[in-house]
Design a protein around this ligand. Sequence first.
Ligand code: ATP
Ligand code: MG
Length: 442
Amino acid sequence: MASLQSLRGMVDLLPEQTPLWQHVEAVTAEHFRRSVVREIRTPLLEVTELFARGIGEATDVVGKEMYTFRDRGERSCTLRPEGTASVVRAAIQHGLLSQGPQRLWYGGPMFRYERPQAGRQRQFHQIGLELLGFADPRSDVEAIAIAWDLLAGLEVGGLALELNTLGSPDDRARYRSELVAWLEAHRDQLDPDSQQRISTNPLRVLDSKVSATQALLEGAPSLADALSGESHERFSRVRQGLEALGIPFTLNPRLVRGLDYYSHTAFEITSSQLGSQATVCGGGRYDGLVQQLGGPPTPAVGWALGMERLVLLLAQRADAAELAPQPVDLYVISRGEAAEAQALPLARLCRQAGLRVELDASGAAFGKQFKRADRSGARHAAVIGEEEAAAGLVTLRALREAGEAASDRRLTPQELLRQLSPDPMTTEDVSTPAGQGRLAGS
Ligand code: ATP
Ligand code: MG
């Protein structure tokens, strides 16, 4: 029988990959904790209308990328393609907005039916920030700074921040009609996709990846010229805020973002180390969305970051292998019935004390078990043979020391624990690489 495969674009994360993911997740959670941003978790499945209304029918995501199906109750359901609409729905549904501004983050899988390639999958993962109920340009700056500092803190390379403003809904409406008129006049020089977007989503034409279209657009009316004085002023305050923080950025008047709900600030963080899927993080202000989804008028700003692309970047760090060490403290070796009966109790005792303990349950010859102990990277082996078992003792062998320090010691389980267990004073310090400087009395 042919073996079963995962669906195209749905990717397994194997054990050698998960440590890097866990590292990113731990750093992210701590980063949000320091910024007093609270986590929210929403379902993966929502009513289709949420995304149709929240993201916009004319977007690529809703138009052709969603996993939509009818459930057994004949409701149209969609696997979430992004997080913002769900977070806003939940905030409205549970009355969070009446409790004051909300600083929220989320993380988890998203689903889009796209052509899989490096950095682009059908199930992928995002981490996102949503600041709901914040109107001031300083909150745009704070949102961007939180993203920038997270990425910079992870020391990923080649980062660049691109910034634009989409203006107010009024500015956009004015600009939209100007742009549509210009695009209509140049219709026959546009690529087919862009031609179609003239009526569905004209601003997205600016974002076209077709180089002939890009060249043509040099002559198009600019959004900047359509901005009101107030929108200009707002945007300059965002730029000043970033300058004051020393966060470098470039202005990109073409940056419009794929989703419909943005206004004013739009930004992307790209990396030169990612090839064609260069955008790691994208976001901006979406003052109209909460109301559009049935909530009270609520200004908001946020972003979403692609985990796969972030992990690709992190894996390029020279020290990637050391980022998330999973050291084994103790490898338990036993042979013979009485000895084997004592091995698991010893492992449990040591695990309860906080040690990372691997148990060899193979019953193989001592030599083989020692080889595996060595390969595990463990600092110590606990050896229980017939003699030890009869005496209720364990032989502790240091696997990574030489000379005097390497000599075997025969100990009771309690003595062994005292030798190895982490000093309670230093276990608090998560920055200490596990297994270093933590071996009390050794
Ligand atoms: P792209 O232009 O790359 O399709 P997007 O504008 O559709 O991106 P957003 O909806 O803004 O992306 O999502 C934010 C981030 O999520 C992106 O910058 C990217 O890092 C990541 N992302 C989006 N789609 C995918 C995907 N299919 N696979 C992996 N990561 C993705
Ligand atoms: Mg996309």
